[in-house]
Design a protein around this ligand. Structure first.
Ligand code: ADP
Ligand code: MG
Length: 397
């Protein structure tokens, strides 16, 4: 990737800085129930405020579909932000027009304001030039700190970068640095671990990774599709027989590109996905026709550990088994803990992401021990697919 500006390249003193953050936080009864995303924006907000900027925060929240809907107001988020910052946070009832201008005009250097949900206007998702102009009217500079929204070319995630001097915020910068270190410019060997339920949602991702990684480990139910494409009986397991050709294509691409493909050699089977269900380990050639594969077996876990041990860089997306239902969390937990240990003891660079992957790493108690865990969801997956993210592209110098 070519370079992009950061906060180091902007002179923000006395300037109105429009900062795109991701305040799309979980909320219940008007209360923020998980402030992780607000926390991630704090370094950028604090730094700008300290440098004397007038900090104006823009975000979407939920899907109000282009019109104001009170249940999608960012007002409770502004309050939660104030609590975290330990100081006042202004709130504007609209992100454009009079309310926005009045609030912006009132700010003094170092002040922080939250503008109402950008998606209260249809111009946001349409990236409408007039709406971009209306947003830009209250800013001198634009900072994008919302990697998780960077796969969308919306007015506040992309459009603004073309009309105001633009830079990446600190959270965006960290995400780009780690993702680049993991995939665009990795220290080799690079091992990719991909699991999860279905290959249908991850075809592009697998195709991109086989072209980049030295080894690709396939786990989770998606491994069943690869196994059955090889003619192995996967019994009553979750699999996608109609994607057999795709699985074979990916195998061939791996072979052509010199990427070692690691599929399960043994698995844990049970008659149902139920907590504490009676389970047994069988080799993949011996899956009974009435059983389902719910986790990887110990030999496979050893093989994965050997790959991770040999690796200098690890990229991980997708749980290796039905980890939400013990004992089928074993392979995921053991492999995650092994990777975390290699980060600590051997300097492995381990980057992971994906909604269920983050939950799985938390379940294993190692989310903080990985080098970087992306909470960006869709944007992280699109990046693993090798796609150019419009919000990132617009920041390039
Ligand atoms: P992510 O959100 O991290 O990208 P996915 O959504 O692709 O991950 O997949 C996660 C889901 O895959 C989990 O809910 C997990 O239970 C399921 N899964 C993994 N292995 C199996 C399996 N062998 N059988 C059934 N479900 C599985
Ligand atoms: Mg998921």
């Amino acid at each position: 990737m070519s370079g992009y500006r950061t906060l180091d390249d902007l002179d923000v003193q006395g300037k109105r800085v429009l900062v795109r953050v991701d305040f799309n936080v979980p909320m219940k009864d008007g209360q923020v129930t998980d402030d992780t995303r607000i926390q991630r924006a704090l370094p950028t907000i604090r730094e700008l405020s300290k440098k004397g900027a007038k900090v104006i925060l823009l975000s979407h929240f939920g899907r109000p579909k282009g019109e104001p809907k009170p249940e999608f107001s960012l007002k409770p988020v502004a309050k939660a932000l104030g609590d975290l910052l330990g100081g006042p946070v202004e709130f504007a009832e609209d992100c454009v027009g009079e309310p926005a201008k009045k609030t912006a005009d009132r700010l003094i250097d170092g002040d922080v304001a939250v503008f109402e949900n950008t998606r209260f206007h249809s111009g946001e998702e349409k990236n409408d030039p007039d709406f971009v102009k209306a947003l830009a009217a209250n800013g001198d500079l634009y900072v994008n700190d919302a990697f998780s929204a960077a796969h969308r070319a919306h007015a506040s995630t992309e459009g603004l970068a073309h009309v105001l001097p633009a830079a990446a915020g600190r959270a965006m910068e960290a995400e780009l640095d780690y993702l680049t270190a993991a995939l665009s410019n990795p220290v080799r060997p690079l091992v990719a671990v991909v699991g999860g339920a279905k290959i249908s949602t991850k075809i592009d991702l697998l195709k991109n990774l086989v072209g980049k990684a030295d080894a690709l480990v396939i786990g989770g139910a998606m491994a069943n599709t690869f196994l059955s494409a090889r003619g192995v009986c996967v019994g009553a397991s979750l699999s996608e027989p109609d994607l057999a050709a795709t699985a074979r294509e990916i195998e061939q691409a791996a072979a052509r590109g010199g990427c070692a493909l690691i599929l399960p050699s043994d698995v844990v089977v049970a008659d149902a996905l139920r907590a504490g269900a009676e389970s047994e380990v069988v080799s993949v050639e011996n899956v009974p026709s009435d059983r389902m594969i719910l986790d990887l077996g110990p030999d496979t876990v050893d093989a994965i550990a050997a790959e991770i041990e040999a690796a200098k860089t690890l990229v991980w997306n997708g749980p290796l088994g039905a980890f939400e239902t013990p004992p089928f969390d074993t392979a995921t937990v053991e492999s995650a803990r092994f990777a975390a240990r290699r980060v600590k003891e051997a300097g492995l660079v381990a980057v992971a992401g994906g909604g269920d992957t983050v939950a799985a790493l938390n379940h294993a108690g190692v989310a903080d021990d990985f080098t970087y865990v992306s909470t960006a969801g869709g944007a992280f997956l699109e990046w693993l697919e090798g796609k150019e993210l419009p919000g990132v592209k617009a920041l390039e110098k």
